[in-house]
Design a protein. Structure first.
Length: 177
């Protein structure tokens, strides 16, 4: 049973990571393409660029950031104060990490629901030129929250089954200390 649960958690993590990497690549290319085209248009046509070029990054950037946040959470590269966990024995550290991740699951699931509610309200607003609904950025927030909640659930499961050593830790080069 333990193997099945861990296998399911790993498959879930791979699917979330694949989706988020695809979102980062696609939105990154869109951002790069639109901004480059706008700069080129400014110089080539001697005008202020494309009028619509500001609206695309406004819509793509939240997705770019949201996917990156989820990837960071999966890798343990988010901001954390771990001095308390370092002072606890192995079993205490395991219990604390499971509880913290359970709290993250609940908080981000709630945030996902709230983001969907706000998206429903914001869809009535549209961008000036392209008429893009204002809900897109909130859908990105909902994705961020739902996938972070899901990732925290798999982290909690892994820690509960394998111990505190199963908690993800960012690579030393990604650390601020």
């Amino acid at each position: 049973m333990k193997g099945v649960l861990l296998g399911g958690a790993a498959a879930n993590d791979r699917a979330v990571a694949l989706l988020c990497r695809a979102v980062v690549v696609v939105t990154g290319l869109v951002l790069l393409g639109v901004l480059s085209a706008n700069v080129a248009a400014r110089y080539a046509f001697g005008m202020g660029g494309f009028a619509w070029a500001q609206e695309i990054p406004e819509q793509a950037f939240p997705w770019f950031i949201a996917a990156g946040v989820v990837l960071a959470a999966q890798a343990g590269a988010h901001i954390a104060v771990d001095i308390a966990t370092q002072q606890l024995p192995e079993r205490g550290r395991q219990v604390l990490l499971v509880l913290v991740n359970a709290l993250v699951v609940a908080a981000y699931a709630w945030l996902a629901l709230l983001a969907l509610e706000v998206a429903e309200i914001a869809k009535l607003q549209q961008s000036t030129i392209l008429r893009i609904p204002g809900s897109y950025g909130y859908w990105a927030m909902a994705m961020l929250a739902a996938l972070t909640s899901l990732s925290a659930a798999t982290i909690a499961l892994r820690i509960a089954l394998l111990g505190a050593g199963a908690a993800p830790e960012a690579a030393p080069e990604d650390s601020v200390t």
